[in-house]
Design a protein around this ligand. Structure first.
Ligand code: PLZ
Length: 424
């Protein structure tokens, strides 16, 4: 293909791609490529266009904003939509405490800023993260990722003062291990290896994204929170992938009763495709950073925050959250039925419109990345854009735009079922 050739000439080989297509336009849950082919989008650009491609409200808000004001830099001369976006994200982050927010461009940048804020607030240096986690591609976040390859290989030296603790992974943990037990395993590890008094922040994805949609056992997050509170550690929920209506709640953190992280990082789904990220959380922690300590040229640009406001105001009706729950039930029901038919599926898990299957060698828990790759290819060849994930590359994740219809969901899942039948 001519475009493919042009791309290879001028785009760095380090920027890989999953699909050999060039996308022209998209709407709702349908993507159209340059050759006129249509794909059902079951990935939302990795959880970004949660509200749907080219959502009308977002398009209108962005178009209006672009015609009015595109840039001053908030730290030079502020503008109202930034404040409105902060009001919305503060109002809907879990917990009744007073909250404040700051906006940036990417998820990794939000994570980096949460580290800065937590270090300043505590006067401590060390950062704790979990196995199977993913936090970004910058130098610091590369060190926070669980997987060295492909994210960090050859890109070192990576940042220090980052410590990885064991995660609660119900499918792979000892049978019957509770969330409390898994948390105490992580806590013991961190106390021995690092020392609670040294730790500025503990980062956790309440449902892991790249790691394979791992949902920790109930009680895990709450037990970690008891420990961070008792030890003056800032608890940060990285909700870059799980956040903002994806799981049927504003934040996946809300699925664990009583779990109210001190800070939350948001990005992806917050702005319907525009680059916007943020850190939101306890006002006294957010205010620990000195004036001039946080910022960046494009962070919270007028156009990005206008999109964020348009998305969040639509979420306020509750309809999108309810739709995420329905989508979750439909997908989970279909996947559970497939699991009964095909022993390739070892586990079905997720919340709301964030669902996954973990593929194994039948009869074992041995990861099956070959079948996962083959299933993904089958779907791509049959017009369904699905994404893989997982430490062992053996997870297929389903995170469609919430604008998808039941009919398209069934079509996509039929293709998955045909693929599983072929592979079994
Ligand atoms: N935290 C939980 O999921 C981004 C990575 C895509 P950025 N995940 C998708 C890729 O291969 O680069 C992510 C995440 C969680 C942080 C990030 C980082 O967000 O916007 O990609 O920087």
């Amino acid at each position: 293909m001519a475009l493919q050739k042009r791309r290879q000439e001028v785009v760095s080989a380090g920027v890989g791609t999953l699909l050999p297509v060039f996308v022209e336009e998209a709407s709702g849950a349908i993507i159209k490529d340059a050759d006129g082919n249509q794909l059902i989008d079951m990935g939302s650009g990795i959880g970004v266009v949660t509200i749907g491609h080219t959502n009308e409200g977002v398009v209108e808000a962005v178009s209006n904003q672009v015609a009015k004001l595109t840039h001053t830099l908030f730290t030079v001369a502020p503008y109202e939509p930034y404040v409105r976006a902060a009001e919305l994200v503060c109002a809907h982050a879990p917990g009744a405490h007073k909250k404040k927010a700051a906006f940036f461009n990417s998820g990794a940048e939000a994570v980096e800023n949460a580290v800065k804020i937590a270090r300043k607030a505590t006067g401590r240096t060390e950062i704790a993260v979990f196995d199977h986690s993913y936090h970004g591609r910058t130098n610091l976040t590369m060190a926070m990722n669980f997987k060295m390859h492909p994210y960090g290989t050859g890109f070192g030296p990576l940042a220090g003062s980052v410590h990885h603790a064991p995660m609660s992974y119900p499918f792979r943990d000892a049978e019957g291990m509770t969330g409390e037990e898994a948390a105490s395993r992580a806590i013991t590890y961190l106390e021995k290896r690092v020392g609670a008094s040294q730790i500025a922040a503990l980062f956790i994805e309440p449902i892991q994204g790249e790691g394979g949609f791992v949902v920790p056992a109930p009680g895990f997050l709450r037990t970690l929170q008891e420990w961070t509170r008792a030890n003056g550690i800032v608890l940060v929920a990285d909700e870059v992938q799980s956040g903002m209506a994806r799981t049927g709640k504003w934040f996946a953190s809300e699925w664990e009763e009583g779990f109210e992280p001190d800070l939350i990082t948001v990005a992806k789904g917050i702005a319907g495709g525009l680059p916007l990220s943020g850190v939101v959380g306890r006002a006294e922690i957010m205010d620990a950073a000195h004036a001039g300590g946080l910022g960046g040229t494009f962070g919270g640009s007028p156009v990005a925050v206008a999109a964020g406001v348009a998305v969040m105001e639509q979420y306020e009706s509750g309809d999108w959250l309810a739709r995420a729950i329905q989508i979750g039930e439909l997908i989970e029901g279909r996947l559970a039925a497939m699991k009964n038919n095909y022993p390739l599926i070892g586990d079905v898990r997720g919340k709301g419109a964030m669902q996954a299957i973990e593929l194994v060698e039948p009869g074992t828990k041995n990861p099956n990345p070959q079948a996962t790759e083959a299933l993904m290819k089958h779907c791509h060849q049959n017009g369904v854009l699905i994404l893989n994930a997982g430490t062992y590359n053996n997870v297929i994740r389903f995170l469609p735009p919430l604008a998808i219809s039941d009919e398209l969901l069934h079509d996509a899942l039929d293709v998955v079922a045909t693929g599983l039948a072929k592979l079994s």
